[in-house]
Write a protein that binds this ligand. Sequence first.
Ligand SMILES: CC(C)(COP(=O)(O)OP(=O)(O)OC[C@H]1O[C@@H](n2cnc3c(N)ncnc32)[C@H](O)[C@@H]1OP(=O)(O)O)[C@@H](O)C(=O)NCCC(=O)NCCS
Length: 421
Amino acid sequence: MADEDHERPAPSDLAEEAGRSFAGMSLDDVKDHAFWETQPVGQLKPELDKSGPEGPIDDPMTVDEVKKEGYHLPPSFEWCTCDVTDKKVNDEVFELLDNNYVEDDDAMFRFQYSREFLKWVLQPPGYVKDWHLGVRVVGTGKLVAFITGVPAKLSVKGKKLDLAEINFLCIHKKLRSKRLAPMLIREITRRINLSGIWQAAYTAGVVLPKPIGTARYWHRSLNVKKLVEIGFTHLHSRMTMSQTIKFFRLDKKPATPGIRPMEDKDVPAVTALLNNYLKKFAVAPVFDEEETRHHLSMRDGVVYSYVVEDPDKPGKITDFVSFYSLPSTVIQSSGGHSTLRAAYSYYNVAGKADLTRLMEDALILARQKDFDVFNCLDLMDNAQFLKDLKFGIGDGNLQYYLYNWRLHNKLGPGDIGLVLT
Ligand SMILES: CC(C)(COP(=O)(O)OP(=O)(O)OC[C@H]1O[C@@H](n2cnc3c(N)ncnc32)[C@H](O)[C@@H]1OP(=O)(O)O)[C@@H](O)C(=O)NCCC(=O)NCCS
């Protein structure tokens, strides 16, 4: 047996240890996909792929040609539109997701989107109520399934698309494997088509026909003691808890001169900074000022945004960092902890500052807000700082998809400039 040499692991070894992801499986053999093989998406089986130029896969349609009545559900279920500004409905959606939404592979953690988060993310400028689609049980009215779309502008290889971002596909655990998901997807597509929108963007942990790109979650421990206690991460065999705490210790305050919370007056500068940065990616959102105000203004408990105001030129915004709050329920609560408080990297632009230094400040700010872990995908320029800042790689991939838009080649994570919450 090799000598136990009592050396501590190099920092990068330790950082590489940890973290559970919610992003599911790896690439499998090509499976059959009874539903997705009928849809205008890239296909995993080359013989099913309709060749053509990059762009829409389906022939163009008009709104008049879209089916006016909803698809049929089995008789005991009915469609509903979920108004998340209605407290009762917001509670119902929260509870459906709280009990049935995404879990990690070992069923230790389940996303817990807050009520405030749902209101925020489902109501961007121009949102359409009809795109917040639920399924209820006839008679009892119980909400048992959900899917949402929100309008967004995406630049895909230089073409500006008005599309829908699809999120929150969720079916009650007791109604799984009954082919309800394809019904939800068909019905939301119909409702979105009725607004004259023909494309969508979405992400999933699973591999479906056919990812346009794949990203990976990385995790940076902020409160490593708690993360070990709840089984999110584990101690390296040759490091004690106190050594591990020291390893992940951060400064108390951010170091970039002029960094401060974003204010409403910063909206024009942040919009310009973001759009200018995002245009280098093959797929990225395009924000107008109203959208920046909505998506990126500080909202306590939901989204946190900071700008750097140049100390030499008051009023000049040079850099931007943001993260959103998405806690998870600790399913088998342990060590007295029932919630994992996770911050997720959102949009970051290093103008004058060094990106690694700026992101270290983001970690410090997240720690100040009492987050336990900072999660980050390896897209945009994020790969530059993940190792230096002691992120450890997660255990699953996040697949990116476009509906009804053909791309000839798969994008690398560094070509993706889109974060779907
Ligand atoms: C994802 C979920 C809605 C699928 O429901 P289900 O009852 O397992 O599956 P159904 O029998 O209704 O439908 C199966 C079809 O949905 C597809 N599907 C499964 N997960 C999907 C996803 N995340 N996105 C899109 N389609 C998906 C399957 O591939 C299958 O289609 P195929 O035959 O063409 O491959 C359900 O498992 C769920 O609520 N999981 C927890 C929340 C979650 O993971 N949501 C997805 C977040 S991306």
